[in-house]
Design a protein around this ligand. Structure first.
Ligand code: HEC
Ligand code: HEC
Ligand code: HEC
Ligand code: HEC
Ligand code: HEC
Ligand code: HEC
Ligand code: HEC
Ligand code: HEC
Ligand code: HEC
Length: 424
């Protein structure tokens, strides 16, 4: 560990020696009874703290600030009793780590919690700049968690709840003045908010989509280096990543310093891809490096051809079958089989990431067969429909004839009587 931490370790030694929950669980807590009568920055922590996870676990103010809560009066804040006042950003990791890095202590409260947050934090860009260079503009534990109303990430009110994380990071990373000295972009949040990931999360309520910390780590926050961009995306997009790892691109992009998935999909503004990205037409991504003269370009055109053929086939089969169904011909089974063709299309699109046209054709094959059969069934259904229409026309003629005949017959029966009465 770094020297700066060592110095603070000594300074805080008396207070930090070992976590002592008993000390924090005093019945009447002078820190609280005095501070709740104060206003502004001195009073606010009391109410906020009472709603957080630490108060619920029975800790008091001294858990982080030290001092003696059994002493009434300002002497409670005696440095001799370990009082440290307002922890500076550099002190914070050590204050939190006193409990959170102590596996034996934490186990008594919540055995499922990890105890590596500080260890990870010191490896992050944030931790290295703060503890190595004393840079207080980076994030320390309380920048992301707050100091007084700390709650677990599963609580929607927590600053690190999946729906809140982006705003927490943006409070610095989207602030031009804050980031100005570093000369790094401030558009990550803005771009992320336009992504399919944020859309899935914010509109679909699906928190399995990633937010900032899923790609950057909770505590070991670092920009994913070129070598592990694939690993980041691969946590969730397993099939694409496997294909990509086996492709020619995987190896060649790494040597060229190109960030794998992010080259074609971006890192923050990831949107729903379309077939138009593939091939050599205007708007296709492949044409920035390939042309019709090279193997990559030819492969791009071939894969696009396969996908268009299957996609187009499925669309026309569905159109024909739906027409038949609307007219009352039973084609349910054939329509259902198109779901399997669609699965095949999805697999073919994923297989694009192997950049091998034969693999894409292989995945599309089942779909092509199903689509062929469905189209045949659609054709038969339309024939059946034509046949039924002819049948209907014939029966209309026959029934019409019968009715005409019947009417004539009725007249014939009624005629004599009627004429007879006129004559009389
Ligand atoms: C009798 C009232 C009283 C008691 C008891 C008391 N405080 Fe304070 N505290 C104050 C006042 C007034 C200030 C602001 C003046 C100062 O910094 O000394 C303050 C300031 C603080 C600050 C902010 C220091 C800074 O540098 O901004 C912290 C943190 C704090 N108290 C924690 C505690 C803790 C922990 C306890 C219990 C061990 C405690 N206080 C007990 C009155 C009290
Ligand atoms: C989990 C640790 C923790 C606990 C428990 C805690 N604090 Fe703090 N408190 C901090 C940290 C860290 C800061 C420094 C500000 C920051 O990093 O956001 C702070 C800052 C303060 C300040 C200065 C606020 C300011 O804006 O200058 C006061 C006053 C204070 N705390 C009082 C209290 C009181 C009273 C309690 C108990 C009701 C309490 N704290 C409990 C961690 C804690
Ligand atoms: C006195 C020991 C102690 C100190 C100091 C302390 N914590 Fe905790 N903290 C705990 C314990 C114990 C729990 C678990 C409570 C439970 O699950 O019932 C906890 C829970 C948490 C949680 C919620 C974890 C979860 O997902 O359930 C977070 C976040 C957290 N602490 C952050 C911090 C931060 C940040 C600091 C420093 C500002 C800090 N803690 C200081 C003991 C401490
Ligand atoms: C850059 C923001 C950031 C910083 C800095 C940060 N955390 Fe966290 N922390 C998070 C996020 C986000 C989560 C929630 C992870 C999740 O969704 O499960 C988290 C989760 C936690 C948890 C819950 C258990 C776990 O590991 O998931 C604890 C405890 C915790 N942090 C403590 C700390 C401590 C102690 C520090 C300082 C050494 C710290 N954090 C610094 C963002 C941060
Ligand atoms: C308190 C302000 C603050 C907060 C909150 C914060 N950061 Fe940072 N972050 C910084 C500063 C300042 C740097 C240093 C920039 C540098 O060195 O280039 C940095 C650096 C980074 C870097 C390294 C950038 C690079 O290329 O060097 C990443 C990645 C990062 N932060 C991600 C996050 C994420 C993800 C979150 C939220 C979970 C977050 N940060 C929250 C201030 C913050
Ligand atoms: C889907 C994964 C993913 C998500 C979500 C994500 N990032 Fe990134 N981020 C990356 C990748 C990959 C890079 C590195 C790109 C490279 O090496 O070219 C990066 C780079 C960065 C950098 C370094 C500077 C830069 O722009 O290149 C910062 C800072 C950063 N992200 C912050 C954030 C913040 C803040 C959020 C949330 C609002 C976020 N990221 C969400 C994957 C992600
Ligand atoms: C924590 C899991 C997770 C991580 C990490 C992740 N994604 Fe996603 N991604 C999702 C989810 C969930 C969706 C939305 C559901 C879907 O369409 O698959 C999605 C959607 C997508 C889509 C749009 C798919 C579509 O059909 O609309 C692309 C492209 C994508 N992600 C690429 C990436 C890339 C590139 C990375 C890495 C930089 C990445 N993702 C990281 C979970 C993740
Ligand atoms: C050389 C460009 C390129 C790279 C690199 C790349 N992709 Fe793709 N990706 C594409 C193209 C093109 C499509 C659209 C295929 C289609 O719809 O025909 C696509 C589609 C996707 C989809 C949506 C699939 C669907 O069902 O519509 C996801 C998710 C995805 N890629 C994730 C990734 C991940 C994860 C990586 C890294 C392991 C990655 N991509 C690397 C070009 C690329
Ligand atoms: C950033 C530039 C770049 C982009 C964009 C790119 N490629 Fe490549 N691709 C390369 C390089 C470089 C090679 C290696 C050429 C070699 O081996 O001579 C390669 C090789 C290939 C190969 C293997 C060719 C062979 O020799 O067997 C295929 C197939 C391929 N690319 C398809 C694609 C497709 C499809 C896309 C669009 C989705 C695409 N590439 C986008 C740079 C790129």
């Amino acid at each position: 560990m770094n020297r700066r931490i060592g110095v603070f370790g000594l300074m805080l030694a008396a207070f930090l020696a070992s976590p002592n929950p008993a000390r924090a669980q005093q019945g009447s807590d002078s820190c609280i009874s005095c501070h709740e009568m104060l206003s502004g920055r001195l009073g606010e922590p009391v109410a906020v703290f009472s709603e957080g996870v630490h108060a619920a676990a029975g800790f008091g103010c001294v858990a982080c600030h030290g001092g003696d809560p059994t002493v009434q009066g300002p002497e409670a804040m005696d440095e001799a009793k370990g009082y440290i006042g307002r922890p500076s950003p550099v002190q914070v990791p050590e204050v939190c780590g006193r409990c959170h890095s102590n596996a034996g202590f934490m186990r008594q409260y919540n055995p499922s919690l990890r105890v590596d947050q500080v260890a990870e934090y010191v490896t992050s860009v944030h931790g290295q700049r703060l503890l190595g260079a004393g840079d207080e503009a980076v994030a320390t534990c309380t920048s992301c968690h707050g100091a007084h109303g700390i709650r677990p990430a599963s609580d929607p009110r927590s600053r690190v709840h999946p729906l809140k994380v982006a705003a927490t990071c943006e409070s610095c990373h989207s602030d031009p003045a804050h980031m100005e000295p570093y000369g790094i972009a401030i558009d990550q949040g803005e771009e992320y908010r336009r992504s399919v990931h944020w859309e899935t999360m914010s509109e679909g309520g699906d928190t399995s989509a990633p937010t900032c910390n899923d790609c950057h780590g909770n505590h070991g926050a670092a920009p994913p280096g070129v070598s592990w961009v694939g690993n980041v995306c691969g946590q969730c997009h397993i099939v694409m990543t496997e294909h990509f790892d086996n492709s020619r691109h995987s190896e060649i992009f790494a040597t060229m310093g190109i960030p794998g998935c992010a080259l074609c999909h971006q890192n923050h503004e990831i949107t729903t891809p379309s077939d138009a990205m593939l091939g050599l037409d205007e708007g296709a991504i492949c044409r920035s490096c390939h042309s019709a003269e090279d193997a990559g370009g030819q492969a791009a055109v071939s894969m696009r051809g396969t996908i268009d053929a299957l996609g187009g086939g499925i669309d026309s089969a569905r159109a024909v079958l739906e027409r038949a169904e609307n007219s009352g011909v039973e084609v349910g089974a054939a329509l259902a089989s198109l779901n399997d063709a669609t699965s095949s299309l999805i697999k073919a699109r994923a297989a694009v990431h192997a950049f091998d046209p034969e693999l894409v054709a292989g995945e599309a094959e089942t779909g092509m067969e199903i689509t062929g059969e469905a189209l045949n069934r659609g054709g038969e259904a339309l024939d059946e429909l034509r046949f039924r229409r002819i049948g209907l026309a014939v029966s209309v003629v026959v029934i019409g004839g019968l009715i005409v005949g019947l009417v004539l017959k009725i007249r014939e029966i009624e005629q004599p009587d009627w004429t007879g009465s006129r004559e009389s």
